[in-house]
Design a protein. Structure first.
Length: 200
């Protein structure tokens, strides 16, 4: 084997190793960016971490058994008063119920917020189905604005088939509002704009 042939093979091998290394690096960066939405999707599908489910229509079956749902409200970095309109409801399992929260912007700036949510006990998230919720979209409040924020939900009757949850009598639905972006000064806010809330 000549020195030129050996150098050529070595050069090709080094190029292949470099290409594989680059491919692995690019793949790792891609997975890092994909991990958050993939984790979110996993939580939505499984109810992991108390993540609730999103339903298109109301449940079909309604059981005689009832369950209580408590409501909790928190804010983190938004100057809003945010609270449930009622602290607790009792409903039949499978029954569709509408409740609401109220948010008031105490600041002199327009603020857009997004709500995170979970259910406790966490394993009940897989059975808590929302048909409508203010948490499906970002919410913008101009200075001094108060908004009603409805939720339409039902508890899947399959919860009765869960050994862990079949005897549970109370669930807690908790929301926390976080700012989406930096608040705008009043002079830049569109105070005259239509502030009707659309629930998707």
């Amino acid at each position: 084997m000549t020195q030129t042939t050996a150098q050529s093979k070595s050069s090709r091998r080094n190029g292949l190793i470099a290409a594989i290394g680059l491919g692995i690096a690019v793949g790792m960066v891609g997975m890092a960016y994909a991990s958050v939405p993939l984790y979110r999707l996993f939580c939505q599908v499984t109810g992991y971490g108390g993540t609730t489910q999103r339903a298109q229509t109301a449940g079909i079956q309604v059981l005689d058994q009832t369950i209580k749902v408590r409501f909790d409200a928190n804010t983190a970095g938004v100057n809003w008063d945010f609270k449930p309109n009622q602290r607790q409801v009792e409903l039949k399992i499978g029954e569709t119920m509408q409740v609401g929260y109220t948010a008031h912007n105490n600041s002199s700036q327009t603020i857009t917020g997004t709500a995170t949510f979970n259910v406790t006990p966490q394993s009940a998230g897989a059975y808590f189905n929302k048909i409508e919720c203010f948490c499906f979209t970002e919410q913008t409040l101009v200075p001094g604005e108060t908004a009603d924020m409805p939720i339409v939900f039902f508890i899947d009757p399959d919860i009765m088939n869960s050994e862990e949850l079949k005897d549970i009598d109370t669930l807690t639905l908790s929301y926390t509002f976080f700012p989406v972006d930096e608040p705008k000064p009043v002079a830049q806010s569109n105070i005259g704009a239509d502030v009707t809330r659309t629930i998707q």
